[in-house]
Write a protein that binds this ligand. Structure first.
Ligand code: SF4
Length: 236
């Protein structure tokens, strides 16, 4: 089986617990205004066989130690659910920790098959109203909530992520609502507030696409710290 990937990052420490390999999959149907990876939107890209990718990942296994492992991100990894299911199945047979970083907007039946082999779901709650989801991401909060419900039903540990964008998602009310929604799910372990950065401008320039937030300032650490006050300690 083949999948389309954008890039492979060995030994990072930001996409889940411990030291991890992160695989960025190609393809995404959303268009988040703050997207850092517009180069992943197109589903076409480098094809790789699941066995080759698995073998490449396994070279790094000695560095995963107790908590590390593999994260598939994107793009939207659940646009290639059969490939991820197959990859995770192979990794679980080798006792490697598997995580998925997703928007949560996906085919639920196929996602359920991936969740069977998944140790951690990292899912964004990007906006807190249906209208904002539609306007700023071409997405749907309702569909994200349906996915979160599925992760809860399957009892897969969940981290919710929220990108904090000045004047868009940085209000106290916004963060409080993210917490309120997230707490509905019994599998919730963590809520991460991620500061908006605009380091991706060159990617947009190379693609000849306008970056909608080119004039938005980056989110500073003080803002993140002050917003974390609204996240219960047990989920920080
Ligand atoms: S879901 Fe992720 S990859 Fe897709 S547009 Fe949004 S930020 Fe970009």
């Amino acid at each position: 089986m083949f999948g389309t990937i954008n890039s492979f990052q060995s030994l990072g420490a930001v996409d889940g617990p411990g030291i991890r390999v992160t695989v960025f999959m190609q393809g995404c149907h959303l268009r988040c205004v703050y997207c850092h990876n517009p180069d992943t939107w197109d589903i076409t890209g480098a094809k790789v066989s699941v066995i080759d990718l698995f073998n490449k990942i396994m070279r790094y296994k000695p560095y995963f130690f107790e908590h590390g492992g593999v994260t598939v991100s994107g793009g939207e990894p659940l646009l290639q659910p059969e490939f991820i299911e197959e990859l995770f199945k192979l990794l679980k047979a080798e006792n490697v920790h598997t995580a998925i970083d997703t928007s949560g907007i996906c085919d639920l039946e196929k996602a359920e098959r991936v969740l069977k082999y998944c140790d951690l779901v990292m899912c964004d709650i990007k906006f807190v109203t249906e209208e904002d989801y539609k306007t700023y991401a071409r997405g749907s909060l309702k569909r994200v909530e349906e996915f979160l419900e599925l992760t809860s039903k399957k009892n897969v540990p969940l981290w919710v992520r929220h990108v904090v964008v000045p004047n868009l998602t940085d209000s106290e009310a916004s963060v409080k609502r993210v917490v309120e929604i997230s707490k509905k799910y019994k599998n919730l372990q963590k809520i991460e507030l991620l500061p908006f950065r605009n380091i991706c401008q060159s990617k947009y320039d190379n693609l000849g696409i306008d970056f909608p937030l080119k004039n938005t300032k980056e989110c500073d650490n003080e803002t993140i710290e002050s917003l974390y006050k609204f996240v219960p300690e047990e989920f920080r």
